[in-house]
Design a protein around this ligand. Structure first.
Ligand code: FRU
Length: 478
């Protein structure tokens, strides 16, 4: 371990002891202390799932990026590991930015962006982003090999390599910005060290953003998926409401050709906070995605508690008959379930019914019969700050958060399902909610900041009747 990494561990140990735990997740992954953003290098290696992440261990603000590290046997119980990479080489002197991991024989390889300025950091003209390699035999200690791809001439924003194996070669997509157009570049290699430029893989059409961050490319049930996080798409009605988006294009690709897409960009998650998702394969070939459960430039009240940022639950992807990507909690998530508390399936009429006084870490399951529900609004509330409800007039499912003391007030929503049943799996942690709709149709994820004394969970129906076919919750245990 380098002396910088040793110092980082000492700092984290001290900072961890000082954290205020009121909003620190009970069953999601967050940094021990300090700042976290994107998930990086998600991979199965040597009997463990590894999650690396963008990390600033020295404060709960974004700063020179390190790679934090945790590992898990089951994707839900995580063990913190020593920080894997610090910005300490000539190629990554100002930060080890996002990237990915692959298993090459008995070696775990991390491919990430080295971020550096040649001169003053006040202008992008001095910014250089290059792709770097680090390898490990034990999955814990990494040997750094420095730069493997230099910044293409004329570019400055060139980051977030995602590597995969196809046929006899390694391929890499990299996000980039060419003037005001987002792009994905493609490279290929036989040994992860020497890379061949394969040209432009995909490019933003008019209005599709000035920078495409965190590209990821994979096959899902025979279709090719380009998942990425564009910056610079304008909000339109209910769509693209967040400052930045994350979503996908479906299409076709053959080696030696650019990617061609069939339809429009679709957001992966419809809540307030989901960005920079990355995918990986489990040993039994499920495609799992984990995202950063935050949004750039959004208030993060937990910063006053000594930490910031968390990752989403692992979600399994599949392809719907309508060629939309479906996303539901990975099966492993049920391992968190403790006792089940059924709420007598019932009818609510202009009333509010308490389910539990203290919902800190729970999974709620609700099956609403929309055809037998005339109430104008009906759903679930957590304290005064969060409501997840069907609005019968707007015909939408709404996630509404109201934390005016932190400037976090507003709604996100999706259309109500047409087929009469609204099945919700709602995961509440100390400062997050993830709502999975109709077994994969849609997901809405948001950060929430309830006062610890206001975690009462209730069901309500306003102005009419609402009918539940099933209702109950599990307490979730670590
Ligand atoms: C995405 C991102 C990446 C970059 C990293 C820096 O959230 O902006 O493009 O590599 O975060 O921390």
């Amino acid at each position: 371990m380098t002396s910088l990494l040793k110092q980082t561990e000492q700092t984290l140990e001290k900072a961890q002891a000082d954290i205020n735990p009121r909003w620190y997740p009970r069953y999601h992954l967050a940094a021990r202390a300090g700042w976290m953003n994107d998930p990086n290098g998600l991979v199965w290696f040597d009997g463990w799932y590894h999650a690396f992440y963008q990390h600033h261990p020295y404060s709960p603000e974004w700063g020179p990026m390190h790679w934090g590290h945790a590992r898990s046997k089951d994707l839900v119980h995580w063990e913190h590991m020593p920080v894997a990479l610090a910005p300490e080489g000539p190629a990554d002197v100002d930060g080890c930015f996002s990237g990915s991991a692959v298993v090459d024989g008995d070696t775990l390889a991390l491919i990430y962006t080295g971020h550096k300025f040649h001169g003053s950091p006040d202008t992008d003209d001095n910014l250089y982003q290059v792709q770097c390699l680090a390898t490990s035999r034990d999955g814990i200690h990494f040997e750094r090999h420095g730069m493997v791809i230099d910044t293409p001439s004329g570019l400055h924003h060139f980051r977030d390599p995602k590597v995969w194996r196809e046929g006899e070669r390694w391929y890499m997509v990299v996000g980039s910005r060419v003037e005001n157009t987002g792009q994905v570049r493609l490279y290929s290699s036989s040994d992860l060290r020497k890379w061949q430029d394969e040209g432009i893989f995909a490019e933003a059409d008019e209005g599709m953003g000035y920078m495409w961050e965190c590209p990821d490319f994979f096959t899902l049930e025979g279709k090719r998926v380009l998942m990425f996080s564009p910056q610079g798409i304008a909000a339109e009605g209910y769509r693209n409401r967040n400052l930045f988006q994350s979503g996908y294009l479906l299409g076709e690709w053959q080696q030696g050709q650019p990617f061609t897409h069939d339809g429009q960009f679709i957001e992966l998650d419809h809540g307030h906070d989901f960005y920079a998702p990355q995918s990986f394969l489990t040993p039994d070939n499920r495609r799992i995605v984990i995202g950063w459960l935050d949004m750039w430039e959004s208030p993060m009240p937990e910063q006053q508690d000594g930490w910031a940022g968390m990752l989403s639950l692992p979600r399994e992807l599949s392809l719907g008959d309508d060629y939309r990507v479906r996303m539901k909690p990975a099966d492993e998530v049920t391992a968190l379930r403790g006792s089940y508390y059924p709420t007598p399936a019932c009818c609510l009429r202009n009333q509010k019914v308490l389910i539990t006084a203290d919902a800190e870490a729970v999974e709620v399951q609700l099956v609403w019969d929309l055809n037998a529900s005339t109430a104008e609004q009906f759903g679930m509330a957590l304290g005064d700050g969060l409501r997840i409800y069907a609005d019968n007039q707007a015909q939408r499912l709404i996630v509404e958060r109201r934390y005016p003391e932190y400037s976090l007030v507003g709604t996100r929503s999706i259309p109500l399902p047409a087929d009469g049943l609204l099945t919700l799996r709602i995961f509440i942690d100390r400062s997050s909610v993830e709502v999975f709709v109709n077994d994969g149709d849609a997901c809405l994820s948001s950060r929430i900041y309830p006062h610890p004394a206001q975690r009462d969970l209730s069901l309500f129906a306003n102005h009419g009747v609402a009918t539940l076919q099933q209702a109950g919750y599990w307490s979730l245990d670590k």
